[in-house]
Write a protein that binds this ligand. Sequence first.
Ligand code: INI
Length: 154
Amino acid sequence: MLYEGDFHTPAGRFAIVAARFNAFIVDPLLAGAQDAFARHGVTVERVDVIRVPGSFEVPLIAQKLADSQKYAAVICLGCIIRGETDHYDHVAGAATNGVLNAGLKTGIPVIYGVLTCETLEQAIHRAGAKAGNKGFEAAVTAIEMVNLLTKLGT
Ligand code: INI
């Protein structure tokens, strides 16, 4: 027996946690995620958006939202671009581990839509240009995971 999530309109509410840092990249990711929900029949009233200062702050809020049992899934959006120091590595590592742990601790899909890029150009490409829109992809992943968990009955 193969179990796989599909893309039909899921039940429940969704939360999007989006960093304000690098907003000129994160805002198009957020618009992409909202577009994906709308196109899959998840109406705007069922999607809450929570803004936080930076990607480092995303996991705490994502975990609290997932823990609240109010949401079928939580989508995390941010953009971390490498600078001249090792700050990038710390913020990227913390955000990545934090998002993963929020999902594992709560049992709710917590989706990783945080860009970690070497250059601004790479980020632009992933926020709606050459490499698609990772926010759109994150919302579609959330829908697939919610539908998979429903099928599995877990
Ligand atoms: N936050 C980001 O989301 N992206 C970055 O590229 C970034 N850089 O480069 O510093 C960044 N820093 C802020 C960080 O997320 C926290 O908001 C801050 O350290 C306060 O905790």
